[in-house]
Design a binder for this molecule. Structure first.
Ligand code: HEM
Length: 489
């Protein structure tokens, strides 16, 4: 027979459980994770939430964008065809065609390439082998070190912000990969190229605003002949962006394509432009606009990302001379043994460089668009929605990394001191749309960093701690001042 006491106890237990569940459900509902659009705020917020394991694996942010914070889900999601597109829809494509027609780019392309060029007929709608790449990067790293020496008053320890020098060096690497030519940084051709890229990078956010205007306004208004000029007037940064792109960069790249066409040999692509000429023969989507814009995207995506990554690394090293000594020792041993720096033999250096990419996440994924309605971790993402992968959340998750806020390169070394790559360090993104410049970026970052540390002692140039600031899409340090003292090597 059940005694009354037992009955009371079990009912009480049920009531308490019920109240607890309701309370849990309410507090869960009340916790609404954000996804701040400013990269500096985003980094601070997501880093803290991820370290405390508070973020849901997938959530809809305050701006309506879906955010993935879990590595396994992101890997699975970004390998799906449904999530492998960028944010384009028919209306944006149409609006962009109208604006281009108003800017007269087709006439410029026709004059440069000629009407019979496949790039032109296709309408408007590879790099060299690894040894050459290594040699090219090594020459660029030497030039970069000479520029650092000159800028620091030939070894007088003058503090300065090295970002312009890093940017010039990365632009030069890309010029070799894409256009197959080497430019002196004092050459007016290089100066004009660099000025145009910097103007574009400095006004990217205005281009995004124009896209939003295109998205909101009806097509009948966008078609008005003065619309392009009106948008420039409302949003002057768009005009700066466009002038650098349409009057500066695109005609320059089209001229380079024309020069390449004259000496092009089928099946023997010498650089990126040659590969595009090759594919324009049988791929109709390879037209003068997509070809020249591909080169522009490479310039835009490559220059500031490597620059900012290098900058964060040198800032950390400036306060950790013992890490500089480890890198120097390993690089000099490699040179003594192999006659050159062999990346595979530099375990600690690679671990330090990778830890920098984890510790200071310079960017999250770019927006991916759901081409179909899709369900991730019980969250339904409707067709057409934007999905972002928070690389910050993955790389600062308390579940993935012990004490994620601490810079500790030894987490990437095994018991024998050998470098072990952890796939959860995904600074270049994951899946079908990950970074196309990964190899160049990784080699460039390693070559530039190792040569600089080998040739200079790096110290902080000011008492002021640089603060993380939003720079376009990236998280960049503000007020960088570093001192470089040359070392005899
Ligand atoms: C340390 C340097 C770099 C970092 C951290 C980085 C990171 C990234 C990330 C996170 C993405 C987005 C992936 C996604 O949306 O899922 C991306 C895309 C891209 N990156 Fe990089 N990147 C770097 C250097 C470069 C370089 C040197 C190049 C060019 C040679 C480059 C070209 C691109 C391009 C063109 C895309 C867009 C790819 C697409 O839409 O499919 N990046 N990068």
């Amino acid at each position: 027979m059940i005694c009354l006491n037992d009955l009371l106890e079990s009912s009480l237990e049920l009531i308490i459980k019920d109240v607890c569940n309701k309370w849990r459900a309410t507090t869960k509902r009340r916790y609404k994770p954000k996804f701040p659009t400013k990269k500096s705020e985003n980094f601070a917020y997501i880093k803290e939430e991820a370290a405390a394991n508070r973020l849901p694996k997938v959530y809809k942010s305050n701006l309506g964008i879906y955010v993935i914070t879990d590595y396994e889900i992101m890997k699975d999601a970004f390998n799906k065809v449904e999530l492998s597109s960028r944010f384009v829809n028919k209306k944006l494509v149409q609006a962009s065609l109208i604006m281009r027609a108003q800017q007269g780019l087709a006439a410029v392309a026709k004059a440069i390439l000629g009407e019979n060029c496949p790039f032109f007929k296709n309408g408007d709608t590879g790099t060299e082998g690894s040894e050459q790449m290594e040699e090219m990067l090594s020459i660029n790293a030497d030039d970069l070190c000479s520029a650092i020496l000159a800028q620091s008053g030939e070894g007088n320890g003058k503090a300065f912000d090295p970002r312009v020098l890093f940017m010039n060096a990365t632009l030069n690497s890309l010029t070799e990969v894409a256009l197959g030519k080497r430019l002196d940084i004092n050459d007016p051709e290089f100066e004009s190229l660099a000025d145009n890229i910097k103007t574009i990078l400095g006004n990217v956010q205005h281009r995004v605003l124009t896209k939003v205007i295109h998205y909101i306004l009806p097509m009948s208004i966008l078609k008005l002949p003065f619309m392009s000029r009106l948008i420039d007037w409302i949003n002057p940064g768009e005009k700066r962006f466009n002038d650098a792109l349409v009057k500066g960069l695109l005609p320059y790249i089209l001229q380079q394509i024309q020069i390449h066409k004259e000496s092009f040999m089928p099946g023997q692509a010498r650089n990126f432009i040659d590969s595009m000429i090759e594919s324009s023969q049988n791929r109709s989507e390879m037209n003068f606009y997509s070809a020249s814009m591909s080169v522009v995207s490479l310039y835009v995506a490559s220059s500031d990302s490597v620059t900012v990554t290098l900058c964060w690394l040198l800032l950390t090293l400036s306060k950790r001379p013992e890490l500089q000594a480890i890198i120097r020792d390993e690089i000099n041993t490699s040179i003594a043994k192999y006659g050159r720096i062999v990346r595979g033999s530099c375990h600690q250096t690679r671990a330090i460089l990778l830890e920098n990419q984890r510790h200071r996440v310079v960017t999250d994924s770019l927006p991916h668009m759901a081409k179909e309605t899709i369900t991730l971790d019980n969250v339904t993402i409707p067709k057409g929605a934007l999905v972002l992968g928070s690389l910050t959340a993955v790389m600062h998750s308390g579940k993935n990394f012990k004490s994620p806020e601490v810079f500790d390169h030894t987490r990437h070394l095994d018991d024998n001191g050998r470098f072990v790559h952890n796939p959860k360090i995904c600074a270049f993104g994951i899946g079908n749309r990950n970074c196309v410049g990964l190899r160049l970026a990784r080699d460039e970052y390693f070559t530039f960093a190792s040569q600089i540390v080998r040739k200079f002692e790096i110290a902080p140039g000011s008492e002021v701690e640089p603060s993380p600031k939003t720079w376009g899409q990236l998280l960049s340090p503000d007020n960088v001042q570093l001192k470089f003292t040359p070392i005899d090597c």
